[in-house]
Design a binder for this molecule. Structure first.
Ligand code: ADA
Length: 582
């Protein structure tokens, strides 16, 4: 299940999940041998959504792999939606290439036109190969490069015209008086005609109440796009979205044509988007939600499970949220890539604050200097914001994680990212997670300052955190940045589930619990630290590059293990987070 509410009543959507033909292509011969026309006879069946590395015998496979199935359409214009894959994708319908895309965590929508009604063949090749210079992510990451179509695939059939794009913006007034908030909405919509002509109407509903409507004139002949703007739509008495009371509204767009003969209206297309009204601001060193100071009590979560890879089932997503809420958290960082749309819907429903970022992890200077890195990073930010802009749970965009922010190259990339993200979304603060806080040259570019550090694990002792925070704040002051709120975006220690010792030795549950008890208390008592994200929620598989420093080939810093069994630290953190004020 990909979304948790009905997005279309009129537009026909068919789920293409299930068994597809599948063949890996380690020798990269598929294109030459035209597998998109003649799929190899010796293919196997594989389940979509899924990651091929979870199939027997394919654990280590990294490279290209081909998928094939058939579909039926009644319409000539369709969209094939690939909700998630790792790396790149190329799509072929009836043996012809119809689209390609790089970066699969935010999905890909492939518009195909001119199809004859009836059955068609669909072939895709997706490739999770990485390098050390310009793939995002690079080869060296601290998670597993699971390949494949790991989220649902859908077929959407379009009528003579469709709602191509929309964006709902709002400002809020009266936040400080209980139940008196009023929203002023501005809505932009683009509709496109393939073969429609004559007068149509575009209507906007909010929870089934008609909010506004505008006529749309499509010219005759070739495909045309019409932009529409609805401004100054006021909604009094809105119920705000916040943790503990996550009120949601359903905005719905409908494109209709009045039929001259019968006078009856034909709905041509429709789409719904769930929104929440809330304001997130940074002021005087604090983070404010709906004008009230909020502390982020969070965990870092990888959307991963050893049996499913990134194809985490909805039931497990819900269980993760239950475990995280039970921990006393109000925040999750989606380390280190855009999460599944279903998980974001769950966060909206459950009132959890989310940090979303692109998978740009650990880039060294030479990779930051590569022009393709910048181009791909910018495009990934655009894809992520376009897909997820309306989720009220998302309160911050993360530009990147642990790149070499001591360098000029990082400054250039961060500045370009910051400008693009702010242009696309002026409503949310931005940040990135730095591993070089004391030498970082990019901090002035973002609204929130986020630190990843592991004193007492990789270096020094846990007590070094105190001295470090002191020195870091002095640096911020010297650079004129002392008003910026600080988040500790990663801190933690590894523990093997079941390992308990009298000694305080690394990899034991008791050491991890002690570590988090000490560090979390320190941060929760620091007025300049507005948020903490423990590294990490659950144990995860790691990439081959890091296996030797990671027992079991897992990153074991989870406070629950990979099967979500709690370690001792879970209860330590639960006590501290539950007692701390939000
Ligand atoms: C980094 C990184 C995480 C993880 C962590 C660790 O901070 O951002 O993805 O690798 O270190 O466990 O060392």
């Amino acid at each position: 299940m990909n979304r948790l509410y009905q997005r279309h009543k009129h537009r026909k959507v068919t789920n293409l999940d299930g068994f597809w033909q599948f063949k890996t292509d380690p020798g990269q011969v598929g294109e030459k041998e035209k597998w998109y026309q003649d799929f190899p006879k010796d293919s196997q069946l594989i389940l979509v959504p899924g990651c091929w590395n979870n199939e027997l015998g394919l654990y280590h496979y990294e490279g290209a792999a081909w998928y094939r199935r058939e579909f039926e359409t009644e319409k000539s214009e369709i969209i094939l939606v690939f909700h998630g894959f790792y790396g790149s994708i190329k799509v072929y319908v009836d043996g012809k290439e119809v689209g390609s895309h790089y970066g699969g965590f935010a999905g890909y929508q492939c518009l195909v036109d001119g199809l004859a009604p009836g059955g068609h063949s669909l072939v895709v090749v997706t490739d999770n190969t990485h390098n050390d210079t310009n793939t995002i992510p690079l080869s060296r990451v601290d998670w597993f490069h699971y390949g494949g179509l790991f989220r649902s695939v859908e077929l959407m059939e379009l009528d003579a015209a469709w709602i191509k794009d929309y964006r709902i913006d709002y400002t809020l007034d009266g936040l400080d008086t209980p139940n008196q908030a009023a929203a002023a909405l501005e809505i932009n919509v683009t509709v496109q005609s393939f073969s429609a002509s004559g007068t149509h109407e575009l209507r906007v509903y909010l929870d089934d109440r008609l909010l506004a409507a505008q006529p749309v004139e499509f010219g005759t002949g070739s495909s045309s796009e019409v932009p529409l703007r609805f401004a100054g739509l006021s909604v009094p008495g809105v119920k705000l979205w916040e943790p503990g009371d996550p009120n949601l509204y359903l905005a719905r767009f409908e494109l209709a044509k009045a039929s001259a003969e019968s006078g009856i209206e034909d709905v041509v297309d429709d789409i719904a988007e769930r929104i929440g009204f809330r304001a997130i601001t940074v002021r005087h060193g604090q983070l404010l939600l709906n004008n009230k100071v909020i502390r982020l009590k969070g965990v870092n979560r990888h959307e991963e499970h050893p049996d499913w890879g990134f194809a985490v089932p909805l039931k497990l997503m819900k269980k993760d949220i239950d475990i995280i809420k039970n921990l006393g958290c109000n925040a999750v960082r989606g380390s280190h890539y855009p999460n599944s749309p279903a998980f974001l819907d769950l966060l909206d429903q459950e009132g959890i604050l989310f940090w979303e970022e692109i998978p740009m992890w650990g880039f060294p200077e030479h990779a930051l200097e590569d022009p393709l890195t910048l181009e791909r990073g910018l495009s990934m930010h655009e894809q992520m914001i376009k897909r997820d802009y309306h989720h009220p749970s998302i309160i911050v965009w993360g530009l990147h994680n642990e790149i070499d922010t001591r360098t000029q190259a990082a400054y250039k990339v961060t500045k370009a990212f910051a400008e693009t993200v702010r242009r696309l979304d002026a409503t949310r603060p931005i940040t990135y997670a730095t591993m070089h806080p004391l030498e970082d040259t990019c901090l002035s570019l973002v609204d929130l300052i986020s630190i990843n550090k592991y004193f007492g694990w990789y270096q020094g002792k846990m007590e070094d955190w105190q001295e470090f925070l002191h020195t870091f704040k002095a640096k911020l002051e010297k650079e004129g940045l002392s008003g910026r709120p600080i988040i500790v975006s990663e801190f933690g220690a590894g523990a093997l589930y079941g390992e308990n010792t009298f000694e305080e030795q690394k990899w034991s549950e008791n050491f991890q619990a002690k570590y988090l008890d000490y560090t979390l208390k320190l941060f929760l008592n620091d007025p300049e630290v507005v948020g903490t994200y423990i590294w990490q929620y659950c144990d995860i598989r790691t990439a081959r590059e890091l296996e030797l420093s990671r027992p079991r080939s897992f990153n074991n810093k989870g406070i629950v293990d990979e099967y979500r069994k709690p370690k001792q630290a879970y209860w330590t953190v639960r006590k501290l987070y539950t007692e701390a004020q939000s």
